[in-house]
Design a protein around this ligand. Sequence first.
Ligand SMILES: NC(=O)c1ccc[n+]([C@@H]2O[C@H](COP(=O)([O-])OP(=O)(O)OC[C@H]3O[C@@H](n4cnc5c(N)ncnc54)[C@H](OP(=O)(O)O)[C@@H]3O)[C@@H](O)[C@H]2O)c1
Length: 316
Amino acid sequence: MQAVTIRDKVLSVGEHPDPVAGVGEVLVAVRAAGLNGADMMQRMGHYPAPPGSPAEIPGLEFAGEVKECGAGSERFAVGDRVMGIVGGGGQAELVAVHERQLMPVPEALDWAQAGGVPEVFLTAHDALFTQAQLRCGERLLVHGGAGGVGTAAIQLGRLVGAEVFATVRDESLRAGVSDLGATVLDPNDFADHGPFDVVLELVGAVNLPANIQSLDVGGRIVVIGVGAGTKSEINLLALMAKRARIHGSMLRARPLEEKAIASRRVEQEVLPAMQTGALKVPIYETFALSDAVAAYDKFAAGGKLGKIVLIMTDGD
Ligand SMILES: NC(=O)c1ccc[n+]([C@@H]2O[C@H](COP(=O)([O-])OP(=O)(O)OC[C@H]3O[C@@H](n4cnc5c(N)ncnc54)[C@H](OP(=O)(O)O)[C@@H]3O)[C@@H](O)[C@H]2O)c1
């Protein structure tokens, strides 16, 4: 099979042996696979695949058709449309994955949209609801609102009745983020618009002091992305006075059991709203698998609204 390949920090598309579905696994003919910040880091030689995932094939999310069912797998049949997260290996024509990491693709989604769902919607849903326990009527701030996770989180916040604010640094993307249901804020003065009950941090440590300053009593900060820095000095007294909590979370290296639980929650609480159209999957641009270098360069350049997705030619 053909797959995106990262070897010694060089990205190419190359030939690899076809994966085989093991016990409880399903072999999926991939039709579309989203790009994520983790792929950019892997290209730079950081954030290697966790044990058990292909070391040289990036890709944390994919959508495609079931091609074969391994021994003992029973959730899906050959031909079913499925999507899911993996620790790596998603940007390939074939992927073998445990059936419990898979979700059915809602009929309303085309392949490009489905390929851009799993990583960002699982991440956003887990961060907002499992970690921060966001509730109806609360005020949510999403930093980095125009990206894949940000556009998912804004919509999920609105879906449960939260009042949603989002920082967006690129002025040309602010109207699009506003259309998703957020009040758009300038990253430099967001603290003037608090207090917030939940802050989803997708940008990094640079925001942390002002995040705490703008938090309401009982507020929660969830740190998911640290592209703009990992270290910050914080005032613990302010944290205490607000009885606040700071969570951190990573999805990629979690064990199968936890990925399965997060996937079941998204299946139950998110996918029905995609079928009705209440939740959208904003696709900024698609690229053929053979144009993976251009797709990565586009992602790394920033300034996009939503997802960049690789499309496999036929998935067989
Ligand atoms: N912990 C986890 O399990 C997990 C899972 C998924 C993603 N992540 C991380 O979460 C972050 C967001 O993911 P994503 O898929 O949404 O990425 P994305 O699509 O690249 O979106 C990131 C957004 O943040 C903005 N941004 C980046 N640096 C900024 C800065 N210094 N100041 C203001 N805005 C900035 C970007 O704006 P521009 O377009 O202007 O650059 C972009 O809109 C990434 O760091 C990713 O690696 C973590």
